[in-house]
Structure formats: C-alpha cells, structure tokens
Design a protein around this ligand. Structure first.
Ligand SMILES: Nc1nc2c(c(=O)[nH]1)N[C@H]1C(S)=C(S)[C@@H](COP(=O)(O)OP(=O)(O)OC[C@H]3O[C@@H](n4cnc5c(=O)[nH]c(N)nc54)[C@H](O)[C@@H]3O)O[C@H]1N2
Ligand SMILES: Nc1nc2c(c(=O)[nH]1)N[C@H]1C(S)=C(S)[C@@H](COP(=O)(O)OP(=O)(O)OC[C@H]3O[C@@H](n4cnc5c(=O)[nH]c(N)nc54)[C@H](O)[C@@H]3O)O[C@H]1N2
Ligand code: SF4
Ligand SMILES: [Mo]
Length: 657
C-alpha cells in the first residue's frame, strides 16, 4: 500500500491537494491532503467521489470510431493504430484540399495542469499549420478589464482577505465556487470584519453575508462609479497614493461627477442611501478587500465592470494594506516560476485566429478556408459554449472530421468521428498552477491508465508520430517536460511535499505603486458605461450561473453520485413574474427565445429580482429527453474586451406549455 500526493486539475480556484491510497495498483481511497495550506485536508462534494469517476463503467477506455449518424453516440471500439491511421488519412486529405488552416484545435478548461492543459499540442498543431483561436469561455474578460486599469493581470492574494476588516464579495458565489476561501473570510469576520455581497442573485453566499446588495444584472459599473462619486465628493480619497501612483484621475473625477448615487440607484434598482453608506464604509475601513471572480464578466459590458472595480482600491489606497486590495484570478503570479513558453513552437507559422467562444459560428459561417478538421480535448463545447443549437448544427456537417479526446462520451464526443480515451488526473503526472491561491501543486501518478487511455501529452506524442512530425520535445517524458518549465522552484521539495508556496507570495501587490503600465501608474481614465441592450419582446433576463455543488461546469452531471442528487434542471423566477404568466411552482414552463426553447419546471423563489430568471448550467442533453442545456438559449455575442461570452445577456420569455 502506498500514498501518492496529487492536486486537483479542475477549473476551480481551489486547486486542492489530495492523497490517493493505492493498494496493488488500485486506488482505494482519496482524501484531502491535510498539509495543503489552502484546502487543508478537505475536498468537495464533486471530488469526494472522484474514484467513482476514475472507475466508472461509463469511462471511454479504448479508441472509438463512429458507427452511426453524427450525434447518435453509436461507435465501435478500435485499436489506437487504426484510429490514428484514420485520423492521418482524413486530416491529410483535408489539408491537401484546403491547407493547414482547415484544422482547428479546440481545448478549454477541463484540465488546469501545466502539461495536460497545453504543452505538446502547441508543437503538433503548429507543425500542421493549423488555425489558432483567441478569447476564452472564462477569465479573459475579467483579466483584460482589470489589466486596462492596473496594467497587469496580477491581483491580490485572496487568502489575505483574512486580515481584512471590510470584505466585499462582488459577483462571486464563494461558498459554492471557491469554498476553501470561505474559512479565510470567516476568520476575518470572527475578528470583526463586515461582509457585503453584491450579486443580482441572493446566493448561498449572500445568505451568509452581513449585508446583501442586489443590483440589476450588468449595472456594476454605475454602482462603482457612484461609490467613487461619494468617495471623491466627501474627500475620502487617499491623496498621497493617487498623487504618486495614478494617471487619468481628472478623467475619472469628471466621469464620476455624472453618477450621483440617485442616478446610479435608478439604474441599478437599489437604494441611493445604500450606495452612499457602502462607499463611506468601504473607503474609511482599513483594510478593505474586494473579492471577485467570473460571474460579472459574462456580459457585453463585463470587461468594463472589472476595469471600474480596479479603480476602487486605487483611489482609496486600499492596496497599501495587508488585507486590502482586489482579487480576481491570481494565475499570473505563477508566470515567474512556471514558464509554459518552453512549449511554444520554435517557429510559429503565420496562421489565422478564430474566435474560440463562437464555435457554432465558426463551423456554420462561410470561412476561407472552411474548418473541416476539428480536434477537441479538455472541453465539452456542446454544453458549455453559448448558442448550443449552432454548435450542434456545425458538428453534424458531413464534411467535418471531428476528433474528441475524452474520459466520457459527452454530448460533444457523441458528434465525433473518432473518440480517443483520456486519463484522469490520478493516472498521469503534472504540476498545477492555481488561480485562487499562491501554492504550486504537484500531481503524482497514482495508478496506471485505465484501459487504453492516455494523458494529453501522450495523445500528442502519438499523433505527432503518426503524422511523421519530429521535434525533440516529443521524445521527452512528462517529468522531463515539467522540469523544463520550472524556474526557481525546488522540484524535489515540490514532489516530496505535494506543493510549494510561491517564493514571491509575500509581496503586497501595488502597496508602493509599481503598476504594470509603462509609466508604472494605475490608469483610471476611460471608464464608460454601456447599459445592457434590452429585447422588448423578451422581457426576462436569464442568468445561468453555477448553482450545483456537485457539478464542475458540465463535468459530473452524468454520474450517479452527482446528477440525480441535484434533482434536475429548472427555471427559477419570482412569484410575481410567475403569476403574471399564470405559472405556479412546479408547473412545466416553456423558456424560449429565437435561439431555442427549453421545457423546465418552475421554481418560484425570492432569490431573484423582478424580471430576472435563472437556469442552472451544466446538465447534459443526454441525461434527459430532449435538450435541457441552458446554453441552448444563451447569447454568443462577444464581450467588450477579452473575447469572452455574454452568456448572461440572454433574454427569454417564459410561458405556460
Ligand atoms: N460547484 C462549482 N464550483 C465551481 C464551478 C462549478 O461549475 N461548480 N465552476 C468553476 C469555474 S470554471 C469558475 S470560472 C468559477 C466561477 O466562480 P464565480 O464567479 O463565483 O461563479 P459564477 O456562478 O460564474 O458567478 C458568480 C456570481 O456572479 C453573479 N452575476 C451574474 N451577473 C452579474 C453581474 O452583472 N454583476 C454581479 N455583481 N454579479 C453577477 C451570479 O449571479 C453569480 O452568483 O467557479 C468555479 N467553481
Ligand atoms: N451558460 C453558462 N455557460 C458557461 C458558464 C456559465 O456560467 N454559464 N461557465 C463557463 C465557464 S466559467 C467555463 S470555465 C466553461 C467550462 O467549459 P469546459 O471547459 O467545456 O468544461 P467542462 O464542462 O468541465 O468540460 C471539461 C471536459 O474535459 C474533460 N477532461 C478533463 N480532464 C481531461 C484531460 O486531462 N484530458 C482530456 N482529453 N479531457 C479532459 C472532462 O471529462 C470534461 O468533459 O463553461 C462556460 N460555460
Ligand atoms: S473541484 Fe475545486 S474544490 Fe473540488 S477538489 Fe477540485 S479544486 Fe478542490
Ligand atoms: Mo470558468
């Protein structure tokens, strides 16, 4: 019997440390690694059942070749050799006809490990001359907005929230999506901190707050501008800090001048007096901390929300204090220690870049050359991309050859011509940079791959071999690739302890300025509020945030310990909005717009404001009769910055069936 230390690979800010007990080659137990500084021995309702995922009878364990209509899910098992030969023939034929750009690699957030997220794939697709993508389903909007102000993707270490005396959880559902940060918040509260939650939905996190503020969706920019109006008007500005470290201040003063609390209150649907109180409390309590994540970026004006939020700790000088500042993803902190550029192609071909988030459009709009060969790994775009009907329409194209590397036959894999079996995190090695704390995680291989599954690194080694692509990188082992990318990290300690705290973790970001712009200053100019465009014929805004503690995006919803225990999908709405439509709690309603329609049971709730409905995201089509994915209805309109998705700017009508 032995214990192997590992780190969760999921797209989750917590990147928990775990230990796997292995008995005669079989993983018999998995639990949180007690020494891990952030997760401290606890996992979560998703990963507590990880071994059921690993040994699930539904795992894809051999390569599969399509044996029925696209999307039907009918496949026959095959060998790796036959699958690779088929891929080489089909892709070569298309490349000969259209050129390398006809190939599209699409990999999302299924694995956050350094190697398994993105490494050898870069060399493989560059050698083919394949198209590249820009934008992301997650994170790029918040990062770009934040960086427009601060000049960098860096933000405060979230764990320093424990030193705070005033905490605003702004558009993040910490207790659900970032559960291991909650004890740090609770420690601060035990020492007297006040907790404010700002969210259009009264989430489980809002239920635990001292004060819950519920603005209309997408109105955070005027809310923050009105706070700044009060802060500037009442002389609560940290003048020395602004003098020394800020540019564009006059422009900000002029913009905030137009946003009195009264005007913002009308736009946000909240009380003007509350805005004034919030501004005063935030500016005069030191240290005050703003924690935000992803929810507010999923809208057309999302980038500007993050750009504006970054002005708050700057104008008030909250960055100076331990327990002050603003935190979103802290992934950028890892850049000095984990250098993934070592995997970049030596000579990158000049190729076109396609919008990552609009897979449906990319596959159905006329393109020159058309995309005729698609590789998907680390993602389930049929369920996670917006405007799912368009994604499916693209994937049924007869001239499209699709390869999906997966652990399970997801709704996306069902459209593949070839499915290749992928390992889970306990079947391969990796290091895991986190985005919710400053510890680099080690992931040891606990068991041999299940069936014929392979890590993504091995997948691209095999593909490169089959295509005759030679590159020194493909001959290195995963351990060697890890060592190539690490900088100033003691790899022996990392492997021994399961984690290493980043050497720069004690730095207090922007305490003495040193912002990322060329002049070293924080740029607070250029804030402009674009109201959410309304759709008069569809008066309800549909939000689709994460609501289920047992799902990780679309992962787990098909497994017996997860999906059935979450009940099933539903549409949540206020009693007034329901009554206006003749609907009662439990009725099945039609939720529709011009992209599609869903039939869902109504859940009457007092968690939303009038005119706002919510549908949980993550259920597979396959788990139910007919389409039930929230993304059948969501908008695939682009965001103002960062190439993200305006999922939450979706308008629907709900009616009796
Ligand atoms: N259990 C569980 N945990 C997860 C995940 C999961 O699927 N399940 N997913 C992981 C991933 S990939 C991510 S990115 C993180 C995301 O973590 P979070 O950002 O915390 O989660 P979201 O549910 O995307 O959004 C948070 C909140 O933003 C609110 N919101 C929506 N629009 C607005 C707005 O305009 N203004 C404001 N102020 N708030 C708004 C939503 O109502 C929601 O409550 O969670 C991670 N953790
Ligand atoms: N409506 C709506 N849509 C959303 C969101 C929302 O809040 N609302 N949230 C968005 C956000 S924040 C995100 S991050 C995205 C997430 O969207 P996706 O990145 O598509 O995430 P998952 O649904 O978790 O799918 C990941 C898949 O990768 C597979 N996988 C895991 N590890 C590996 C591996 O090592 N190798 C291979 N080959 N496969 C692996 C898993 O089996 C799983 O099927 O969804 C977005 N979509
Ligand atoms: S999904 Fe998140 S909370 Fe759960 S074990 Fe993984 S990192 Fe931790
Ligand atoms: Mo995400």
């Amino acid at each position: 019997m032995r214990i192997v230390l590992g780190t969760c690979h999921h797209d989750c800010p917590d990147s928990c440390g775990w230990e796997v007990t292995v008995d005669e080659g079989v993983a018999t137990k998995m639990r949180g690694h007690a020494e891990h500084p952030f997760s401290q021995g606890e996992l979560c309702p998703k990963v507590n059942h990880f071994l059921e995922r690993v040994y699930s009878p539904d795992r894809v364990t051999t390569p599969l070749i399509r044996d029925g209509a696209k999307g039907s899910g009918r496949f026959r098992r095959t060998s790796w050799d036959e699958a690779l030969a088929l891929i080489v023939d089909a892709v070569r034929e298309r490349v000969t006809l259209h050129g390398g750009e006809t190939v599209l690699p699409w990999s999302s957030a299924g694995n956050q490990g350094l190697l398994q997220m993105s490494s050898l794939d870069r060399r493989f697709f560059a050698a083919l001359g394949a198209s590249t993508t820009h934008g992301a389903l997650c994170g790029s909007v918040a990062k770009t907005g934040h960086a427009a102000t601060t000049g960098t993707g860096m933000s405060s270490d979230p764990t320093t929230v424990e030193h705070s005396r005033y905490i605003i959880l702004w558009g993040t559902n910490t207790r659900l999506t970032n559960r291991h940060l909650w004890p740090f918040v609770e420690r601060a509260r035990a020492a007297g901190a006040k907790l404010v939650v700002i969210d259009p939905v009264r989430t489980i996190t809002a239920d635990s707050a001292d004060w819950f503020i519920q603005p209309r969706p997408g109105t955070d920019t005027p809310l923050a501008l009105a706070m700044l109006h009060v802060i500037i008007g009442e002389g609560l500005v940290d003048r020395d800090y602004v003098e020394a470290h800020v540019s564009g201040y006059a422009d900000l003063v002029s913009t905030t001048g137009e946003w009195s609390p009264a005007r913002a209150a009308e736009e946000c649907g909240i009380d003007a007096a509350d805005i004034t109180t919030l501004a005063r409390e935030y500016a005069t309590t030191r240290p005050a901390f703003i924690r935000t994540l992803i929810g507010a970026e999923h809208r057309a004006n999302g980038g500007m929300i993050f750009r504006t939020l970054a002005c708050l700790p700057t104008v008030t000088g909250q960055w100076r204090h331990l327990g002050g500042g603003l935190s979103r993803s802290v992934g950028s902190w890892f850049g000095d220690y984990v250098d993934d550029s070592v995997f970049n192609p030596v000579k990158a071909p000049r190729v076109r870049s396609l919008p990552f988030t609009q897979l449906g459009r990319v596959l159905t709009d006329p393109q020159t050359p058309p995309v005729t060969a698609l590789f998907v790994w680390n993602g389930n775009p049929v369920i996670t991309c917006p405007n799912a009907a368009l994604t499916r329409r693209g994937l049924v194209r007869e001239d499209l050859f699709t390869v999906v590397s997966e652990q399970f036959l997801t709704d996306t894999a069902k459209y593949a011509d070839v499915v290749l079996p992928a390992t889970t995190q306990i079947e391969h090695v990796d290091v895991v940079p986190a985005w919710g704390h400053l510890n680099l995680g080690w992931n040891g291989k606990a068991i041999e791959p299940v069936g014929e599954s392979v890590p993504n690194t091995e997948l691209f080694r095999r593909l490169a071999g089959a295509f005759g692509i030679t590159d020194r990188l493909f001959s290195l082992t995963d351990d060697e690739l890890v060592d190539m990318a690490l900088r100033d990290i003691d790899a022996t300690v990392l492997r021994r302890d399961g984690f290493v705290r980043l050497p720069n973790a004690d730095r207090r970001l922007f305490a003495d300025g040193r912002f990322g712009h060329a002049d070293g200053r924080c740029d607070v100019s250029g804030i402009v509020y674009q109201p959410v465009a309304r759709d008069e014929s569809r008066p309800l805004v549909m939000l689709t945030p994460k609501q289920h503690s047992r799902f990780l995006n679309s992962s787990y919803s098909h497994l017996p310990a997860h999906g059935p225990r979450e009940g099933g999908p539903f549409v949540e709405m206020t009693a007034d909005d329901a009554a206006e439509r003749g609907l009662l709690d439990g009725d099945v309603a039609r939720v529709a717009n011009d992209r599609g329609e869903l039939r869902l049971p109504v859940r009457v709730s007092d968690r939303l404001g009038r005119g706002v409905v919510a549908v949980p995201f993550g259920w597979w089509d396959a788990a139910h009769d007919g389409a039930v994915s929230a993304n059948d209805l969501t908008s695939d309109a682009p965001t103002d910055m960062g190439g993200g998705v305006a999922y939450h700017d979706t308008f629907v009508e709900v009616s009796r069936t």
